[in-house]
Write a protein of this length. Structure first.
Length: 116
């Protein structure tokens, strides 16, 4: 089992920055990828960024050039640095962990609100 706890969300003005954290605990050795998703009110959940076990990253088009996903192995924490935030980035951001076998693990989410 893996537990994920997100933090770092909040209210920020357009153009500002936030850094989200996802602290992982439990059987983290089984995880081969972490990802950040977001879901805005009335919209489907969408993938924002993913980082694989070798550090390879991938981003949604909307996140490229503005967001950076990173992983601190020593702290078992995954980060999402978000710069140049826009009102359309407003959403609940959730962290997920993909194990070698079985279903993904999910955190409870953290709210990000970007005011115009």
């Amino acid at each position: 089992q893996v537990q994920l706890v997100e933090s770092g969300g909040g209210l920020v003005q357009a153009g500002g920055s936030l850094r989200l954290s996802c602290a992982a605990s439990g059987s983290t050795f089984s995880i081969n990828a972490f990802a950040w998703y977001r879901q805005a009110p009335g919209k489907q959940r969408e993938l924002v960024a993913v980082i694989g076990d070798g550090g390879r990253t991938n981003y949604a088009e909307s996140a490229k050039g503005r967001f950076t996903i990173s992983r601190d192995y020593a702290k078992n924490t995954v980060y999402l640095q978000m710069n140049s935030l826009k009102p359309e980035d407003t959403a609940v951001y959730s962290c997920s962990a993909s194990p070698d076998y079985g279903s993904d693990y999910w955190g409870q989410g953290t709210q990000v609100i970007v005011s115009s």
